[in-house]
Design a protein around this ligand. Structure first.
Ligand SMILES: Cc1cc2nc3c(=O)[nH]c(=O)nc-3n(C[C@H](O)[C@H](O)[C@H](O)COP(=O)(O)OP(=O)(O)OC[C@H]3O[C@@H](n4cnc5c(N)ncnc54)[C@H](O)[C@@H]3O)c2cc1C
Length: 475
């Protein structure tokens, strides 16, 4: 049994304060963030993670000479909390942002053959920054482009604090605002499926409005894209672990929490195989289903609401060619089942040939398809998109399946997402699925970790660290 009853070192002339301790359960981005924030405030922190590594849903593994990410991850310049996190773990230089939003979009559906369009921004104020790109976007007709502009302005006018937005679906709203099926496919879903993990018809208008307002209609640079140029594990496991160690956090991996309870003095007991940890505060930073199972009775008014938060899958298709077949770091595709393609060669450590990862969101129809079926489907599509693949040898083909990659951003999900505070004093929730206002992203995870730490620190009477991420006003 571990019972941390030491005292904080007193400042000269000050009375000795009892040390405060916290256990953070779950070593994903939410848990790592909460642990760092609490430790930075002088709390003695233990972080417990069931798996052999930190990073949760954003991790890497070894496959022969390749270091493979379980799924391609990107973030946007407007992800200010995740950018704070990268800074905090000294990883910013390893996951740089584009200087300026630039997304090549290849369309295979054109009678004249494949056609390249670009979503690019100009150095102009919002919304003019996207005006030229939209006006010349070849994948929409002139009339569709004009209607997209009008819908974007209507979206900008929505009040994100209006709870009725969450009761409507984005697809119906787009249709009511004159958006054709083609405009939805070639523009709104191109961005929305990748960020929300749902097509417009399955997505809450509130979450979609949040994404588009914050990413495309707030600051001109908000949608500039960043991604790790190293394996995700380098950031979310190795560097995170280093930062936690330096902050004095005791981190235990392969340590699955089986129950949590409180005693009559309000101290928490956290049960892991072979040990009971005691603490003043507990942050439960695990997925919603695990949180449901671990929460003590009465901690939420209706704990079963957590089971109402659905999940949505993401599939990644990995292809290693014997030669270079793609000359850009990534692109998005239309008129093919392929959604987004990323060049993973340098990040994976591959020395010869090229390694592409296809990121397939909202993959409900394919998540259980056998590898052979996916191979038959995707290799010919890559040949259509990238002529250089036609004479190339496929050295390796494999898939990674994340069946519960994100919470499903369905209409009505907003009222099911609890905040950081529970009814049990000293017990806090974190996780991308909690009420951050963001879809299930790294940004949401980090924000939730900060919120949980903030709530815990205020209850423990400790000031928040001055360099902790500050929440800004919503866009
Ligand atoms: C394939 C894929 C692609 C994605 N793409 C993007 C993207 O491009 N951009 C983006 O921003 N986001 C993306 N996401 C989403 C992002 O990865 C997640 O939202 C985020 O990582 C969630 O972090 P979290 O800490 O909330 O939860 P998790 O990462 O789920 O962490 C929870 C942790 O708790 C641990 N745990 C559970 N139960 C216990 C227990 N009883 N005891 C101890 N530990 C326990 C788990 O092992 C896990 O490590 C993607 C996700 C996937 C899967």
């Amino acid at each position: 049994m571990t019972d941390d009853s030491r005292s904080d070192e007193p400042l000269a002339g000050m009375p000795r304060r009892p040390a405060r301790s916290a256990v953070v359960i779950g070593g994903g981005l939410a848990g790592i963030t909460a642990a760092l924030a609490l430790a930075d405030a002088g709390i003695r922190v233990t972080l417990l993670e069931g798996r052999p590594r930190l990073g949760g849903l954003a991790f890497s593994f070894q496959r022969g000479e390749l270091t493979v990410d379980n799924g391609q991850h990107v973030y946007l310049r407007c992800c200010t909390a995740y950018r704070w996190f990268l800074d905090r773990i000294e990883g910013t230089a390893l996951a740089p942002l584009q200087d300026r939003l630039d997304v090549p979009v290849l369309d295979l559906d054109k009678p004249e053959g494949r056609r390249l369009g670009r979503l690019r921004r100009d150095p102009l104020p919002v919304p003019l920054h996207l005006g030229r790109s939209l006006a010349t976007y070849p994948h929409l007709s002139l009339a569709e482009r004009a209607k997209v502009g009008r819908a974007a302005l209507a979206l900008k006018g929505l009040d994100l604090a209006d709870p009725t937005l969450d009761t409507q679906d984005f697809g119906s709203w787009l249709a009511a605002h004159g958006q054709s099926a083609r405009a939805v496919e070639a523009l709104w879903d191109l961005v929305g499926v990748a960020t929300l993990n749902a097509v417009a018809g399955d997505a809450s208008l509130g979450l979609a409005a949040m994404v588009f307002k914050t990413g495309l209609l707030s600051d001109p640079g908000a949608a500039d894209i960043g991604w790790a140029h190293v394996p995700l594990g380098e950031l979310h496991d190795r560097l995170a672990r280093k930062a936690l160690d330096s902050a004095g956090v005791r981190t235990e991996v392969r340590t699955r929490v089986t129950s949590i309870s409180t005693d009559e003095n309000g101290r928490w007991s956290v049960q892991v195989p072979g040990e009971t940890l005691r603490a003043d505060a507990v942050v439960l930073a695990v997925p919603q289903r695990e949180a449901h199972d671990l929460l003590p009775a009465g901690a939420l008014d209706n704990v079963d609401q957590l089971l109402g938060i659905g999940t949505a899958p993401i599939l990644n298709v990995h292809v290693v060619y014997d030669r270079k077949v793609l000359g850009r770091p990534f692109f998005a595709a239309l008129g093919t089942p392929i959604q987004w393609v990323f060049d993973r060669t340098a990040a994976s450590g591959l020395r010869e040939g090229q390694y592409l990862a296809l990121s397939q969101s909202a993959a409900q129809d394919e998540i259980d398809a056998p590898v052979a079926v996916l191979r038959e489907r995707y290799l010919p599509e890559l040949e259509r998109l990238l002529p250089a693949t036609r004479g190339a040898e496929v050295k390796d083909f494999f898939v990674t399946r994340e069946r519960t990659a994100t919470f499903a951003p369905t209409p009505g999900v907003g009222r099911l997402r609890p905040g950081a505070r529970t009814k049990a004093p000293g017990l806090y929730l974190a996780g991308a699925w909690t009420a951050t206002g963001w879809p299930a992203t790294m940004e949401s995870a980090v924000r939730s970790g900060v919120s949980a730490a903030d709530a815990a620190l205020s209850a423990l009477g400790r000031p928040r660290p001055s360099d902790l991420f500050e929440f800004e006003e919503a866009a």
